[in-house]
Design a protein around this ligand. Structure first.
Ligand code: SAH
Ligand code: SF4
Length: 395
């Protein structure tokens, strides 16, 4: 790593740290607000373009901080302009992604601009239907690397006078396994002196890191907690979310239930619908039983195709049938659309393409083992051999 990379990203600095830099540069205190406004409220891509600041202060800031931690970004626009997928390159040469989705307004409904951001480069959890899981884990993102995805999207919206209305931690990575940085990022997003987005417009999604959920509950955080459930039965969830072997589904749901009770906020449950795997009537009934009476909202999401799995999305009819069984148990359910499928815009997918196709023999081997593991799970047994199937193997 070079000296250049050692400078912290300016977006990750708390206002107090910015104030300390201003004082060290011998500048008056009002400069702190000018700097925070330049970072969070204006569109300059380069520190040199921040003309509200004197050149000497810009030099001092440039020596101490990085204006942007995203070195280069490729944007792919799809869905007739409604989805913008950004692939960002970081110092260290990792690639991460963020996805900006535009939802038109309507009668009594204002238009929304939702940004999905990454919290890690890759992910160690290794869910077999997820392209990020396929990549394996590279590293945690720093606070500024998380926040600079938001600034990038805000800059794209600004020329048309538009602002982000929602931010979801549903890109690459498991946010609760990088929780300190994620909490710093949420604080910056929420802070009226910085991004100033209401906590209720921020969603943090987890595959079920129970101690992380408990920590959030203790903080009394008001942002939305989303739990990637996918299956209510342990043998199947062990295959779909390998972390389930550490924190079984009943523990995850108990922690989410306590969170809802403590915050008074509905927990979102995400279910990626996979044909013939987790969309059966028995799975719907098990899920209804598990969540019945809880303060929840269930989102059913068709699976985006991923190269290395033998699986595909449930049909629209199967998803409707699944939803109907949950609704019959009194659970609120939404069937979600997947965005950006035509450019492979599923979670982690563009970055996976950049990483190169895995060798066909490795894909064939993984598919076969996954088929065996899921068949065993569908019979209700706990497959002993699931570990090597789900562990990421290079190439
Ligand atoms: N690691 C966290 C957050 C990032 S993943 C988590 O798992 O919750 C965000 C969401 O994308 C999760 O609900 C995940 O299950 C879903 N997802 C991953 N791969 C998908 C695919 N191929 N199709 C549809 N949804 C997918
Ligand atoms: Fe990681 Fe979430 Fe993908 Fe699972 S679904 S591998 S937890 S990013």
């Amino acid at each position: 790593m070079t000296d250049l990379d050692a400078r912290p990203g300016i977006a990750g600095l708390a206002p107090e740290a910015v104030a300390a830099l201003v004082a060290a540069a011998g500048e008056p205190p009002y400069r702190t607000k000018q700097i925070l406004d330049a970072v969070w409220r204006s569109a300059p891509e380069r520190l040199d373009d921040v003309t509200t600041l004197p050149a000497g202060l810009r030099d001092a800031l440039g020596r101490a901080t990085r204006w942007d931690t995203l070195l280069a970004t490729d944007v792919t626009v799809t869905d007739g302009g409604r989805t913008e997928k950004a692939l960002h390159r970081l110092a260290g040469d990792q690639a991460i992604e963020s996805v900006l989705m535009h939802f038109p307004g309507g009668p009594g409904r204002r238009e929304r601009h939702t940004l999905c951001i990454s919290s890690q480069a890759g992910c160690a959890v290794g869910c077999p239907f997820c392209a990020t899981g396929e990549l394996g884990f590279s590293r945690d993102l720093g606070t500024a690397e998380i926040l600079d995805q938001v600034r990038f999207a805000a800059r794209r919206l600004a020329p048309d006078g538009r602002r982000l209305t929602n931010i979801v931690f549903m890109g690459m990575g498991e946010p609760l396994l990088n929780l300190d940085r994620v909490l710093e990022a949420v604080e910056a997003l929420n802070d009226p002196r910085r991004f100033g987005l209401g906590a209720r417009h921020i969603t943090v999604s987890t595959s079920g890191v129970v101690p992380g959920i408990r920590r959030l509950t203790a903080l009394g955080a008001q942002f939305t907690l989303a739990v990637s459930l996918h299956a209510a039965r342990d043998p199947l969830r062990d295959v779909l979310v390998p972390l389930n072997r550490r924190w079984p589904v009943a523990e995850v749901v108990a922690a989410a239930r306590d969170h809802a009770a403590a915050t008074g906020r509905r927990v979102s449950y995400e279910v990626t619908m996979i044909s013939g795997i987790n969309d059966t009537p028995a799975d719907a009934d098990a899920m209804a039983e598990l969540l019945r009476g809880d303060l929840v909202h269930v989102n059913l999401i068709p699976m985006n195709p991923v190269a290395h799995t033998p699986w595909r999305s449930s049909s629209a009819e199967a998803i409707e049938r699944f939803a109907a069984r949950l609704r019959a148990a009194g659970l609120p359910v939404t069937i979600r659309q997947n965005r950006g499928q035509d450019v492979g815009a599923a979670c982690g997918q563009l970055a996976a393409e950049r990483a190169g196709e895995p060798a066909p023999t490795a894909v064939a081997w993984r598919r076969k083992r996954l088929e065996e593991a899921s068949l065993t799970a569908l019979r209700g047994d706990v497959p002993d051999e699931v570990e090597p199937v789900l562990a990421r193997t290079a190439g």
